[in-house]
Design a protein around this ligand. Sequence first.
Ligand SMILES: *Cc1c(COP(=O)(O)O)cnc(C)c1O
Length: 361
Amino acid sequence: MLTPRPGILDISPYVGGRSHLAGRDSAIKLSSNESALGPSPRAVEAFKAAAEKLHRYPDGGSSALVEAIGRAHGLDSARIVSGAGSDELLQLLTRGYAGPGDEVIFTAHGFLVYPIATRAVGATPVVAPERELTADVDAILARVTPRTRIVFLANPNNPTGTYVAEREVARLRAGLPASVLLVLDAAYAEFVDAPDYRAGVELVDAGDNVVMTRTFSKVYGLAALRLGWAYCPPAIADVLHRIRGPFNVATPAQLAGIEAVRDVAHLAKAREHNARWRERLSAGLRQRGLNVTPSVANFVLVHFPPDDPKRNAKAAEAFLHARGIIVRNVENYGLPHALRITIGLDHEMEAVMEAFAALMA
Ligand SMILES: *Cc1c(COP(=O)(O)O)cnc(C)c1O
């Protein structure tokens, strides 16, 4: 009998945020942490121009893109590896450094790609509990064994919106054996304004066993193109280049990404819009008596009273659907009494605020 490799049938396939409601042509989609403002118009133009050359293979090393990223972030482009979304890079890192018999640690409400990547290579997922919906460095360190190969830390985390301060991340690295790779998944780094937060550049530079991953899917608004990058020690960049697909990033994605990182005015606008609504939405929900986890990202996690049949998370989700608003049900993240709401456009956020006023009245 033909059977896939051990672990693969233990994977629960990733389910993205829903985008349609039955019986409706359009909806307010706040379920996938996509950019409210969308991409830079310059990125869209570059994408369109790429249509002229679709018969040519992409530049396999994405050299112009990694140079543009390097310049924008002040990083050595030789240490930057691009991927088809940061998802691909997370998968490649797992494949490069873990296999059957190895353990991979992530936190209780961490990003669901980590268990998928872990099981896909036949390694064993190890879940570290969180404290107040925040990664707990001591709990992670307590789960390290001689078999541990990788620790994934989403910072900020999705779906909680919480973050781990620079000092704590440094303490995590210092407490891990040199043989363990620490992956700092900083998909939401651009949205953070907390002064004690760092995406991870300094820790990558400080040694040979930390990688930082970033994405164009969130603040840059290019989720459809599948574009991400990793900042790596040279030996890890070398491993990724050996195992990645030879043409893993499509030309339209590379060209759009170059313009996206150059358009700093658009980036500033997106960050400002997000910060303003993150505060307003959080305050508005709290005013209605709901508990909101403090968020540094482009979404908020709101908690509902499980025992109130009209206002529990399921009822709230149905209520929002009836008003054409789609948010993320986070039951599969182990948060059955919460919903995750992405920051959208002004009129979308107004609609959410009105819906909650009606729900909680
Ligand atoms: C959205 C997200 C990503 C980005 O995924 P892409 O594959 O780059 O679209 C990575 N990590 C976390 C925690 C995310 O929420």
